[in-house]
Design a protein around this ligand. Structure first.
Ligand code: AP5
Length: 222
């Protein structure tokens, strides 16, 4: 399956994309993770993106487009993928359309995760991330087994630089202005399904599974 996960910062896209990866065996392609890795390694794109990401703004479409195009052309993405954090602008929808056309394939489903802003801000303030392997924790809902240490690789957990409250507010404003219209496009194409993301992660995952299974059912909108 070829899936796009949409939703505001901190709603749980990364968390649900990991569940989809495990359930369907498709790679989880996160532009945020790719950019953070580029920043960490100090590559050209990473240097270009660093200050923009720390301000809560979006990095240029062309930079993200190049990165995701290269990633989607790899062998492991041939049978499907779950895109997390891309597309984020109308121009990126066109970039994705172009990539899919060049690969001779199309999207099966766009899933929009929704939660109230108060829940989002609370989730982000309690998030801790692993800078080494990208694992994500929540101090109350999904705490690591050992305080401050990643269960998966043992690295020290950190709070993301763009998770400071004023930057989170800026990211939410960018989402409303530039990314919410992306959901409208997929709605018009008949591909969009909305999922309430306020409950526990397992309950959200069950509802995401329902709308994805619907995409492969006979007669499902495509
Ligand atoms: P990116 O990394 O994509 O950030 P985001 O979209 O703002 O989303 P987050 O990673 O903050 O949250 P999430 O929805 O994945 O939630 P999570 O699962 O972690 O982008 C970062 C930056 O990179 C952008 O600001 C931009 O500068 C740049 N960028 C990236 N892509 C770009 C693009 N395409 N174009 C241009 N620029 C781009 O969950 C959040 C917390 O809640 C965690 O602690 C988690 O454990 C917890 N949680 C999750 N689900 C639940 C639940 N059901 N109940 C309780 N807690 C939960």
């Amino acid at each position: 399956m070829r899936i796009v996960l949409l939703g505001p910062p901190g709603v749980g896209k990364g968390t649900q994309a990991s569940r989809i990866r495990e359930r369907l065996g498709v790679p989880h392609l996160s532009t945020g993770d790719m950019l953070r890795e580029a920043v960490r390694l100090g590559t050209g794109p990473g240097q270009a993106a660093r200050a923009i990401m720390e301000s809560g703004d979006l990095v240029p479409d062309a930079l993200v487009g190049e990165m995701i195009s290269e990633r989607m052309s790899r062998d492991d993405a041939r049978g499907g993928f779950v895109l997390d954090g891309f597309p984020r602008t109308e121009a990126q929808v066109e970039i994705l359309d172009g990539i899919l056309a060049s690969l001779g394939t199309r999207l099966d489903r766009a899933v929009l995760l929704q939660a109230p802003e108060s829940e989002i801000v609370s989730r982000i303030s309690l998030r801790r991330s692993c800078p080494a392997c990208g694992s994500v924790y929540h101090l109350r809902a999904q705490p690591p087994r050992k305080d401050g240490i990643c269960d998966r690789c043992g690295a020290a957990l950190v709070q993301r630089a763009d998770d400071a409250e004023d930057i989170v507010r800026a990211r939410l404003a960018v989402y409303r202005e530039q990314t919410a219209p992306v959901a409208e496009i997929y709605l018009r194409r008949g591909l969009l399904r909305e999922v309430d993301a306020t409950g526990p992660a397992d309950a959200v995952a069950a509802n995401v599974a329902l709308v994805l299974d619907g995409a492969t059912a006979p007669g499902a909108a495509a």
